[in-house]
Design a protein. Sequence first.
Length: 136
Amino acid sequence: MVFFDTNIYIYVVSAAVADQRKKHIAQRLIADEDFGLSVQVLQEFMHVTLRKQELGLTRDEISRMIHFMAEYPVVETTVSLARKAFDLKHSYQISYWDAAILAAAQELNCDILYTEDLNHGQNYDGVEVNNPFLAP
């Protein structure tokens, strides 16, 4: 199983012309991979899609995507997860929010985290970061 950071889902639904290459990559990933996510990812997705008008999404489209995402394994935010994120934040000198994504990926036993927010190729306690949008 792999873990998708929020930006993967944002690109899947984006109607912005500038995002079309990333949109095709993200759609292929979601179609091909067994994935999980966290409540944090759901919250970030809602926040970004409701705020950014250039994405071109209606409230109903956002709602449908949230329901689709919630059909997959979703890690709840817990005190244990927050403590693990705190430790990862300090171990790797990353933001708490990125550390919380890593902690959730670890909780789901994901080997890969797809994101453009962390160092491509770096292994964070068993979770390797893959930025699928890097030019070949």
